[in-house]
Design a binder for this molecule. Structure first.
Ligand SMILES: NC(=O)c1ccc[n+]([C@@H]2O[C@H](COP(=O)([O-])OP(=O)(O)OC[C@H]3O[C@@H](n4cnc5c(N)ncnc54)[C@H](OP(=O)(O)O)[C@@H]3O)[C@@H](O)[C@H]2O)c1
Length: 975
């Protein structure tokens, strides 16, 4: 407990050490330690406050507790404590692994060999692999952990077993993480579905700095447009860069082994762009290790990624941004930026602006930047109301063509559509015409049972490979899904036919469309939901995998558009993906294809003015490609899925919008706020840091002169840095190291050792660890340490900062009587003079509305600009609001005083979440709800609301220590 609450490693703590002199543990921390010990071992005798000062060493505390423990109250020995940490026999591990693989894949155990390649032989994808390992971890919690980055390196089941049996593997934390605590705050996003529009916004200078490759490391330029190529090469050379113009056949690794940057300009076929990216990746990653490395793609859509509202000449150039946004995620050490230049701009000025991006805005975390004569453009995602459903212009004689509509989420959406418009439906897919299920299959639902049955009935002669079995299984399941879809249309009384074809084949599509018109009637709507996935990192992806994914979406759409040129379409709905907007690890091809789809939609909306064209960038659905394994993976990382009825209703509502409006929309979770700016993809630190290594983000000298606010926060006559300000600094550490993200929260905020100032100045260092993605958010360990240059020094406070690309929508707050005034409350003047020690700068409570045993409500003003508190602030505006937080802690003191007769100081907060990027200027209402109070400690939750009672932020599991000794430190009389 002492180690946890002070941050000293256990091995550093000796029982003979003087608690105050050797360990620097002040009286408040001592009370906190004893109260934690009391919670952990409730049968121990109590150390009363007056005794606290007499027990000088940890040993004395132990002796006291042992001497006074009542024999009958000793807790029974824990059976867990007696268990060895590991000691699992290799055969047991093998058996468990094989059993789990069989259960989760449906392959019979006897088919599984330890030498089999997990991907090649068993066709187990990365998600399934994680699921298998987590099931194994649950089953054998004492085994070492296989971390996600290791998953890809263990290629066979045997290798996994060997690794787990080896003594080198680090021990799992599963059995160590039983520390009592509140459940983790739900970082999932409450609303199942949200809609955003993507808007171009001019933005001023953002980020500074120049790309500085190591000496002898050139920038390669690929550009087939001679005028444009010359302009870029000239501008880069003028900016003193070593430039190499690369041609199509250049063997990168032999001609430019020291490649530090790649600038790749449209026009360029998407597959070619992908191959250049793939070939340059190892060189750029290598160069990043020697300094800077950059990867730029340059499209020329309209200077705003096709979002300026005009027609586009070459919409497939949009694919380049999908590639770059994914590269930004996969190559965190390489500076990646997708630039879209206004094609009307003369080449020389445009090239100059492009080069300015790397000579002046290198630190800018924006991954997508538009360039035009008016300036730089970023893309902002604005949340918009889900449109109301209006009636659609489709009659019973019309036909909807649904590519990929016989299965998955497209089938569900079309079925919902035909509930409202009873037209005929033509379903296109590659699977053959469905056949009735044989009697041996029809009653089976369980994957393992079905695979067993396939083995018996389909592979009678010869045992298949696991992959062949998987293929047969999938075919039967597609057949079943198509039968069910056709049956569901029949139940609705809708005429639906299935046409097997590959939509990449333009001739087949044209011929099939002719048959559709003849058999069903005039085609009035197209829904393009055909798609496939081949998730692999850019460096690992085969070009044919890229082609399959890209062409199914894009070539498929082009075939359909061509075949429907003469059809009087009223609706065209394209199923795109959030991966296009954000990029996604392993999905460069998919992000590129869906970005191309978005831009083709814009183009088509001009070609067909009377037709409602919309490209919906869907977040993940609860169905279709989101297999049960993937669904569990999303759930584990707090990502909410689109419920099928909500997604289907959203599609129908989009179809009812006027044709010219919102061609490109994003629908799904999480929900951003309307004013949240999208910096485009995932920003990355230029110097990647391993997650467990703390790196100094900022070093500052502080003293009472430079920090005038500290004069208003003195304990025992000495200025002490308020925890609210420390929280702000912790947030700054995380954001400093990860520009472009926003602060969504702070978890596990612990005050380990207060920062008290004497006459002298004090040095503090803000530290940040590497960034880790956790579902929709990112986590960064942060600390405030002292200025010690040797070793780690004293850690004053630590926490985990929660960063996000966008802030999610706030939860609803139930008023529940929190605003009902309590009569006869003491005046604030009285409170500030009699109970609180805070000086003028921190007298932020403006009105106490309610105070009762269960909690308190007060109105609080927000902090003034940082420079009025600190002469040299770290930012021009606050990240959270330190005055609001400090006043919340003041409320806790008032509550403790009025209800418990003691005063308190903060020690810990389990979780803080913020739903806006700034607090409102007109102040907040803070609601404190007491969760638990003993005579030493209070635990409470806070909610901060704006004038309309909408939630701005909340803090759960706030803990404050109460102690009579604090009256003296506060300089106030005991209650
Ligand atoms: N599910 C999600 O969470 C999600 C999220 C974002 C976007 N989306 C998009 O929504 C669409 C539907 O996704 P889903 O989850 O329903 O996927 P799914 O269950 O895998 O269905 C994909 C459909 O596309 C068809 N298809 C694939 N390649 C084809 C080709 N070359 N020619 C004709 N048909 C082809 C498949 O039929 P055959 O196998 O019979 O060819 C199948 O009907 C996709 O475009 C996907 O990118 C889905």
């Amino acid at each position: 407990i002492v180690s946890r609450l002070t941050g000293y490693p256990e091995e550093m703590l000796g029982l003979e050490m003087d608690i105050e002199a050797d360990l620097g543990i002040d009286s408040i921390k001592r009370v906190e330690i004893l109260s934690a010990l009391e919670e952990h071992l409730p049968h121990l005798p109590k150390v009363t406050p007056d005794m606290v000062g007499t027990l000088k060493t940890l040993g004395q505390i132990c002796d006291y507790l042992c001497a006074h423990v009542a024999p009958a109250s000793a807790p029974p020995p824990s059976p867990v404590a007696a268990m060895p940490a590991t000691g699992v026999a290799p055969s047991e591990i093998t058996q468990a692994l094989v059993g789990i693989v069989s259960r989760l894949t449906g392959y019979p155990e006897e088919m599984l060999g330890l030498e089999m390649d997990i991907e090649g032989d068993l066709g187990i994808d990365s998600i399934k692999r994680v699921e298998i390992l987590s099931a194994l971890e649950e089953h054998l919690p004492h085994l070492p952990k296989v971390t996600p980055d290791m998953v890809g390196t263990l290629k066979t089941l045997g290798q996994i077993c060997d690794y787990l049996c080896s003594s080198h593997a680090p021990q799992s934390e599963a059995n160590l993480s039983a520390a009592p605590g509140l459940p983790a705050m739900n970082t999932s996003f409450d609303h199942p579905i949200a809609r955003y529009e993507v808007l171009p916004r001019l933005f001023a200078q953002s980020g500074k700095g120049r790309f500085n490759p190591a000496r002898g490391y050139p920038i390669g330029v690929i550009c087939q447009d001679a005028i444009w190529a010359k302009a870029i090469v000239t501008a880069l050379t003028d900016a003193s860069y070593d430039v190499k113009l690369l041609n199509e056949t250049a063997e990168l690794s032999s001609t430019v082994p020291n490649l530090a940057g790649l600038v790749m300009c449209a026009p360029m076929a998407p597959a070619e762009a992908f191959e250049w990216a793939q070939r340059s990746a190892p060189l750029l990653l290598e160069s990043a290790g020697h300094g800077h490395a950059l990867f730029y793609t340059v499209s020329r859509l309209d200077g705003a990624f096709g979002l300026n509202g005009g027609p586009l000449e070459n919409p497939q150039q949009g694919a380049l941004a999908g590639l770059t946004k994914t590269a930004a995620i996969e190559w965190p050490s390489v500076h990646c930026r997708a630039v879209d230049v206004d094609p009307q701009w003369p080449a020389a000025s445009a090239a100059q602006a492009l080069v300015t991006e790397i000579t002046q805005h290198y630190d800018d975390p924006c991954v997508e930047v538009g360039l035009g004569s008016e300036g730089r453009t970023s893309l902002q995602m604005a949340i918009t109301e889900l449109p109301a459903t209006t009636s659609l212009e489709l009659s019973s004689t019309d036909v909807i063509v649904a590519a990929g509509g016989a299965r998955g989420v497209t089938a569900a959406a079309v079925l919902a559509l035909t509930e409202t418009v009873r037209c005929s439906v033509a379903l296109l897919g590659r699977s053959p015409q469905p056949q009735d299920e044989p009697a041996w299959l029809a009653p089976l639902c369980d994957e393992a049972q079905i695979k067993q049955a396939i083995l018996q009935h389909v592979f009678k002669e010869r045992a298949p490979s696991p992959k062949a079995l998987e293929k047969a299984y999938r075919q039967w399941m597609s057949n079943r899904e198509i039968l069910r879809t056709l049956d569901a249309f029949a139940q609705q009384g809708v005429r639906a036919r299935y046409y097997p074809l590959d939509i990449r084949n333009a001739q087949a599509v044209a011929a099939t469309l002719a048959i559709v018109r003849e058999e069903l009637g005039p085609v009035k709507a197209l829904i393009h939901g055909a798609g496939v996935l081949e998730d692999r990192l850019i460096i690992d992806k085969q070009i044919d995998q890229f082609q399959t994914v890209y062409n199914t979406k894009v070539q498929g759409l082009l075939s359909l558009i061509e075949a429907m040129r003469e059809d009087d379409l009223r609706y065209m709905v394209l199923f795109s993906s959030i991966s296009a907007r954000m990029g996604n690890k392993g999905q460069a091809d998919y992000a590129m294809a869906n970005e191309a789809l978005n831009k083709l939609a814009t183009q088509e909306s001009f070609q067909r003015p009377g037709c409602k064209v919309v490209s919906i960038n869907w977040g993940p659905w609860d169905g279709g490609m989101v297999t049960p394994s993937l669904k569990r993976a999303f759930e584990n990382s707090g990502v909410q899925l689109i419920p099928i009825p909500s997604g289907a209703a959203a599609m129908i509502a989009e179809m009812g919008q006027p044709p010219s409006k919102s061609v490109e929309v994003v629908i799904g979770a999480p929900l951003p706020l309307a004013n949240t700016v999208n910096t485009g993809g995932t920003p990355k630190a230029h110097e990647p840091v391993a997650a467990d290594v703390m790196v100094q983000a900022v070093r500052r000298e502080i003293d009472a002169g430079r920090c005038p606010v500290l004069q208003s926060h003195c304990l025992d006559g000495r200025p002490v840095v308020p925890l609210a300000l420390i929280t702000e600094w912790l947030a700054h550490s995380a954001l400093h190291a990860n520009p472009g993200l926003v602060l969504h929260g702070i978890d596990g905020l612990r005050l380990l050792k207060g920062i008290a100032l004497d006459q002298n100045k004090k040095v503090i260092r803000l530290m940040a660890g590497g960034i880790k993605r956790n579902g929709q958010v990112y986590e960064v360990d942060v600390e405030v340490r002292d200025g010690s240059q040797n070793g780690a020094g004293t850690v004053h406070s630590k926490a985990k900062a929660i960063l996000a690309d966008y802030l999610p929508a706030a939860p609803h707050f139930d008023e529940n009587g929190h605003f009902k005034p309590t009569p006869g409350l003491p005046s604030l003047k009285d409170i500030y003079s009699r109970i609180l020690f805070h000086g003028d700068a921190l007298k932020g409570i403006e009105k106490i509305v309610r105070l009762s045993k269960s909690g308190m409500t007060a109105q609080i003003r927000c902090a003034p600009a940082p420079e009025s508190w600190l002469h040299d602030p770290m930012r021009s505006r606050w990240i959270a609001d330190p005055l609001v937080l400090d006043c919340a802690f003041q409320m806790a003191i008032i509550w403790c005083h009025e209800q418990q007769g003691l005063v308190s100081l903060p020690s810990y907060a389990h979780s803080y979440r913020q739903y806006r990027d700034r607090f409102p200027a007109d102040g907040v209402t803070a609601v404190l709800e007491v969760v638990k109070a003993t005579d030493r400690k209070m635990v409470a939750d806070f909610t901060f609301l704006d004038q309309k009672k909408a939630v701005i932020a909340c803090m759960t599991g706030y803990e404050a220590v109460m102690d009579p000794g604090l009256f003296k430190a506060f300089g106030v009389k005991a209650a």
